[in-house]
Design a protein around this ligand. Sequence first.
Ligand code: GLC
Length: 557
Amino acid sequence: MSTTRTSDLWWRNAVIYCLDVDTYLDWDGDGVGDIEGLTERVDYLAGLGVTCLWLMPFQPSPGRDDGYDITDYYAVDPRLGSLGDFVAFIRTAKDRGLKVIIDLVVNHTSDRHPWFKASRAGQDSPYRDFYVWREEPAEEPKSEPVFPDAEDSIWTRDEKAGMWYLHHFYSHQPDLNIANDEVREEIARIAGFWLQLGVDGFRVDAVPFLLETGGISGAEELDPHDLLADLRSFVSRRNGSAVLLGEVNLPPDDLVTYFGQENGNELHMLTNFPIMQTMYLALARRESQPLADALRALPEIPDDSQWANFVRNHDELTLDQLTADEREEVFAAFGPEEEMRIFDRGIRRRLPPMFDGDQQRIRLAYSLLFTLPGTPVLFYGEEIGMGENLDVPGRLSVRTPMQWDDDPSAGFSTGKPAKLHRPVVSGEFGPMAINVKEQRGRADSLLTWMQRAIRRRKETPEFGWGRLSVLDSGDSAVLAHSCRWEESTVLAIHNFSPEPRVVQVTLKPDAEGNLALDDLLDEGSVVEAEDGILELKLDGYGHRWFRARRPGRPVTP
Ligand code: GLC
C-alpha cells in the first residue's frame, strides 16, 4: 500500500465534519457559540473519529447571510472570540490529529466591507474596480439570482455611485471583480493569512459564480479557470498538503472541469451534488436504480482528485438537477408541506424527520455516504440524528444549536432558551429526545453506530481510493457496489426497500471455488461467495460492507 501517498493526500480518505462556531457550544453563556466552546469539544470530535473540521465563516459580518457576508477577511467576529482563541483552537485540533479547513468566501463581500464603501464613493477610489459596476445592467451574465425569494435581479442600482453593481446572491453581497489583479492578489493574501495560522485548506464558496466573468468589461480574454489554477499553485506553495474543496453544483460533465483541465491543477475536491440529488430520488422511490445509473455515468476524475459526498449540508437540500417530475416525487416523499420547501428547488429539513425517525433508514443513508466513492462530509448534529426547526426562517432551519443534553437550551448554552442566538429544535427531534449525552453510552444509539461506521470507513481506504464497479444484484431495490484498490476489493450492499430481501450478487462471473468475505460491520464474521456469487439476506433498509479476503494477507479484524 502506498502509505506515503495516502498520508500526503490525507483528504482522499478523510471524514470531514462541518460546523458553525456560533451554534456549536456557547462557553461564556451569552447565547452565541464561540471558539472557546468549540475548542472544548475538540476531544468529542476526535472521539467521534472525524479527521477534518470544516468551519463555516467566523469572520466579522453583519450576519445577513449567516456570516457568508464578510466585512473583514483578516479577523474573527468578536462575538465568537479573537484571533488568539482561533490559534489556540488550531493548536488543540492539531494536537488531537485533526485537520481544519475553513470557508473561503471571495465571490462577494458584505456591502458593509470597507472596500465596497470605498468603491461606491467615487470613480477615483482605488477600490472602485474591486467590484463590477455598469452604467446599465448588462446582458451578461444571463443568470437568475440565487435567492429568488429576496431578489429579482442580479444587478442593483447604488444611489451613491449612481451605477449598477453585480451580485449573484443577495443585493447586500456585491460580487468581487476577479478580472482585477489586485482582487486576485487579495484573495491569495487572505488564503495565505489563514494558512499561516495553521489551517489545512479551504472550502471554496460558490465557485461557478466566483469564476463568472460575464458583465465585467474587458474580461472577454480572461480564462477564469486560471484563477483556480493560480490559487491552487499558491496554496500548494505555502502548504503542500493543503486542500481546496469547491462548492460546485453543476451536472457531472461540467462539474469535473473544476478539477482542472491539465491533469487536475485546480480544485482537489468537489462536492458531489449530482450524486446527492439522485440518492434522494432513489431513497424516495425505494429503488436503487437511479443511483446505480448515476454512479455508472460518473465521469472519470483526474488522479489525485476526489469527490466530497454528503447527505445534508447547511443550505437547502437542493434538487435543482432533477427533472421537474423527479423533484415532485422527492418533494412528495420528503417535503410534503409548503413550509418544508424553499426556492421551488429544495427542502429545508434535515434527514431524520424526512424519514419519520426510522433508524434503519437513517443508517442506510449514512452507510451510503460512507461507502460511495469519495470522502464523506458530515454536517454537525447528523451523528445524533438532529432535526430542524421550521419556525426558524429560510435555510437557517437546519442551523439550530447543537444538542448536547436534554436541557431546554440543549446543553449548548447556560443562557435561557429565549436568550439563544437561534432557537433550539422543538418536539420529537428536540434536545429532550435527541442529544449527545443520552446517546453516548447506549449501544444501539445512532451516535454509537456512527462512531463504529466512521472507524470502519477510515480502516477501509478502498472506498476513498478505489475504482468503483456497480455490480448486478438481480434486484432493483438493492445497490451492490465494489471499490478495488491495490489488489484489494471491498463491497457494499444497500437495500432501499423497507422489506427484507434475499439477493445474489455476482462478484466474479466465471469464478471457481469459494471466496471468503470479511464482514466489516459485524466484526469477526465471514461469509462465503460460492463460485463468485454471494447470496445474502438483507433486512428492510439493510446494509452490509465486506472485504474480500486477500490470499497471503492477514484477516481484517
Ligand atoms: C454558498 C453557501 C451559502 C451562502 C452562499 C453565498 O452557497 O453555501 O450558505 O449563502 O454561498 O455566500
